[in-house]
Design a protein around this ligand. Structure first.
Ligand code: SAH
Length: 344
């Protein structure tokens, strides 16, 4: 395991007061370009830290942009040579959303997702998660890109709930040291209940939004496209969702179910009915269904037609279920959901 910056700092400077690390974090999120510019530090510390602790844990290898410059994908190299992808997308608020990775590769092996095909290489550290934000912040300044980063989605490579503590600690740092509030951060998960159950009790888990990659409400179909599905998935998800919404108390805090529409697999009227029945068995007014057009990855799955998608959405609406349709960005540079595979 690579030690985090904080661990290194504490090891190298055990006699420094505890507020020093907060100063270090403020420095990391300031305009400073290196430890030498962290003005809160006494000069001996600036020099010493500069020598022993890296300023940023990700280095850009390649950048790809869509023709309209509205989606930018970076391939980032980590200190051990492994690579991850991270995406900057313009959003409807004339600001930017970043899509960050939580692992190198992924163990979930969802049939529709390119990341799964590479398997899991390793967890990302707290620094590597946080530094994807810092990388884009710095890139925006360097390229004179206007508009702030207003939203963060943990929807890049990896399964965030399989790297729970590092994701949690990174999110807490992002909530404290950036102007992106917790309600503007969404963590998407295939549904790892060991972590999801723990999250309900964890006072350190920040009040970010959660999205569950559901993709089918049929107990025979979901395991086929998402082999990580446990046998009691739907019962567990129902109980978890009730407990989660109860805990959030706040009537405006909703939970999203993500649903990729796949031709002939989960997009028929009977599939919509199963989804409706499942949601009605919970608290339908605080669940949103985000319908996602399928972005071509490996394999022979096909996207639903617009007609199928409209019919599916109509059935949900008629049953009083709030749906949104995800706009897909970055397909021409394979930067869209499920297309991140870290190939150089
Ligand atoms: N492992 C997490 C986060 C990464 S995937 C999860 O499963 O949620 C982020 C989102 O992209 C999920 O909703 C996922 O289901 C979706 N996605 C994956 N592959 C896709 C594809 N080929 N087309 C469209 N969406 C995809």
């Amino acid at each position: 395991m690579i030690p985090t910056r904080q661990q290194l700092f504490q090891k190298l400077f055990p006699n420094e007061p505890s507020y020093r690390w907060k100063q270090a974090l403020s420095g990391l999120f300031s305009q400073a370009k290196g430890w030498k510019e962290v003005s809160a530090f006494p000069s001996f510390l600036r020099e010493a830290v500069e020598k022993d602790i890296s300023w940023i844990s990700v280095q850009v290898k390649t950048i790809e942009k869509t023709k309209d410059n509205e989606t930018i994908k970076s391939l980032l190299q980590l200190t051990d040579g492994l690579e991850i992808e991270s995406v900057l997308m313009r959003n409807a608020r004339d600001a930017w959303t970043i899509c960050i990775s939580s692992q190198v590769g992924c163990a979930m092996r969802c049939a529709f997702c390119s990341t799964g095909a590479m398997g899991l290489k390793r967890q990302l550290s707290q620094d590597e998660i946080v530094d994807q934000y810092r990388f884009w912040q710095q890139y925006k300044i360097q390229e004179q890109i206007h508009g702030r980063i207003s939203n963060i989605v943990v929807m890049g490579m990896g399964e965030p709930m399989a790297n729970y503590e590092n994701v949690r600690d990174a999110l807490n740092i992002l909530c404290e040291y950036t102007d992106v509030g917790p309600t503007k951060i969404t963590v998407s998960t295939a549904g790892i209940f060991a972590s999801l159950d723990h999250l309900l009790e964890d006072t350190l888990w920040p009040p970010v939004r959660m999205a569950i990659s559901l993709h089918s409400a049929d107990p025979l179909v979901r395991p086929r496209i998402m082999p990580s599905t446990p046998y009691d998935f739907f019962d567990h998800l129902r109980d978890w969702t009730k407990a989660y919404l109860e805990k959030q108390g706040n009537r405006t805090h909703h939970l999203t179910f993500e649903y990729i529409l796949l031709d002939g697999i989960n997009d028929r009227p009977e599939d919509a009915k199963k989804l409706i029945t499942f949601i009605h068995s919970i608290d339908s007014h605080r669940i949103r269904v985000n319908l996602i057009p399928y972005n071509k990855a490996e394999g022979d799955l096909r996207s639903s037609t617009k007609k199928q998608r409209d019919a599916f959405q109509r059935l949900l609406k008629e049953s009083d279920i709030i749906t949104t349709l995800r706009t897909s960005y970055g397909q021409e540079i394979s930067a869209a959901c499920g297309q991140l595979a870290g190939k150089s």
